[in-house]
Design a protein around this ligand. Structure first.
Ligand code: 3HC
Length: 389
């Protein structure tokens, strides 16, 4: 099988656009937030609703309707709002007009940031805050793991120096703002904690119980979970109003998006402070409700899963990657991105979306499951969809 770039684009990108319209029509997120989320979370040149306007809502509607007639898959059926906009000859731009909001302000004094975890996300997040001038206390389970965080950040700073974007003095300043600790008690005086530990409800709940005991009153307790219920983590504390989600993207020092996730209990001041903090660290914040996948993962992973299905149907991985980069202008092809995120993480997210939305078309592709079973997790194991050995 050898589809043209255009066919690959339509097969993979049109359902993603349709899905973005469904998210908008369900009132889960605004037009601006949906577009910003995909631009700043995944490096796409434009958000899906802007792309839809450029392609022409009627063109996309017609192509989806033809595909739906062929597949019978609900995910290919044009969203009601897409039908409406296409029928009226309107645009999504017009639907998003007038939604500009005032810049958020810091309602809490934030000087010191705690980061819990020593993996890629935690390391990147610690770097983001330290290079924005905040003192950072990062907590890990061993001295070795703490050293891993420092070496990750040092490597990134060295790369920036090599590219002429930074200098040794700045590197020394950033590193001096970082303090590692192997005990959570070191977080007692921080103004906000951002945790990025294992994506497991029991493990995170135990942490939140501990943070509630240790961290001073009035501090903000943030989680980077991408799929666990933040409401449950909030309930594990005596201060649910101070608990919020801050979902960063990989690699955190580069991707500008943070999905700020509020629960029913999160106080408006905490929400506003976190958004202001994002702005101060050069990030773009979008508002999300406490639902698995938020904006980005909910739109991204079904598209990645569809790419795996297309490969199962006989299309070459390299052809799909190249077609997407060329036609959609995405910075990575789907298989390159799966290998960066990790097939284990991607499978877990896709399973979570499948559970949350009960959408048969979200069932994880067999090859994704097989890759995880074979331990071919992506770049981190030197083999995923592509080979890195
Ligand atoms: N850590 C820190 N900095 C990095 C980095 C890393 N791992 N990788 C690249 N960079 C920096 C480079 O130093 C460079 O900085 P500069 O512009 O200041 O010089 C900049 O990023 C661009 O890097 P390169 O020129 O080497 O490489 P590319 O142009 O290929 O860009 C990329 C790399 C920014 C990662 C780009 O490919 C991209 O945007 N990819 C999409 C990534 C994506 O979609 N992420 C979201 C995944 S989903 C997720 O995280 C959610 C979770 O719940 C799973």
């Amino acid at each position: 099988m050898s589809a043209s770039n255009e066919q690959i684009f339509e097969t993979l990108v049109y359902p993603y656009l349709n899905h973005a319209v469904r998210m908008l029509e369900a009132g889960y997120a605004s037009k601006a937030d949906i577009d910003n989320a995909m631009r700043f979370g995944c490096g796409y040149p434009k958000g899906p609703l802007t792309v839809l306007d450029e392609l022409g809502p009627a063109t996309v509607r017609d192509a989806l309707a033809a595909r739906h007639a062929a597949t019978g898959d609900h995910l290919h059926q044009p969203a009601g709002l897409l039908e409406e906009v296409a029928a009226q000859g309107g645009s999504f731009e017009a639907l998003g007009a007038g939604s500009v909001q005032a810049a958020p302000e810091l309602r809490h004094d934030i000087r010191t940031v705690g980061v819990v975890g020593t993996g890629t996300m935690a390391s990147g997040i610690a770097q983001v805050f330290a290079q924005s001038g905040y003192d950072v206390v990062f907590v890990g389970r061993s001295e070795d793991k703490l050293a891993g965080v420092t070496s990750y950040i040092t490597k990134n700073l060295d790369r920036a120096i090599a590219r002429g974007k930074s200098d040794e003095a700045t590197k020394a300043e950033v590193l001096a703002r970082l303090t590692g600790a192997t005990t959570r008690e070191a977080l007692a005086d921080v103004d906000i904690v951002v945790e990025a530990i294992a994506e497991d409800l029991a493990i995170k709940t135990e942490l939140f119980v501990d943070l509630d005991r240790i961290v001073k009153q009035g501090a903000i307790l943030a989680t980077t979970t991408s799929s666990l219920p933040i409401t449950e983590l909030a309930k594990a504390t005596s201060r649910p109003a101070d608990v919020i989600g801050m979902h960063f993207f990989n690699p955190a020092p580069v991707m500008k998006l943070v999905e700020v996730v509020t629960t029913e209990s999160t106080s408006p001041e905490v929400d506003e402070t976190v958004k202001a903090l994002c702005a101060r660290t050069g990030k773009v914040a979008v508002s999300c409700g406490d639902r698995a996948g938020f904006i980005v993962n909910c739109l991204l992973f079904p598209y990645l899963n569809d790419a795996v299905l297309l490969a199962e149907a006989g299309e070459e991985l390299g052809t799909i990657d190249a077609a997407i980069k060329e036609t959609a202008g995405f910075p990575m092809g789907p298989f390159e991105l799966l290998d960066v995120v990790g097939n284990d993480v991607s499978l877990a997210i896709q399973q979570e979306l499948y559970r949350e939305f009960d959408e048969p078309g979200f069932a994880p592709a067999a090859t994704l499951v097989a890759k995880v079973d074979a331990g071919e997790l992506g770049r981190k194991t030197k083999k995923g969809f592509h080979d890195y050995s």
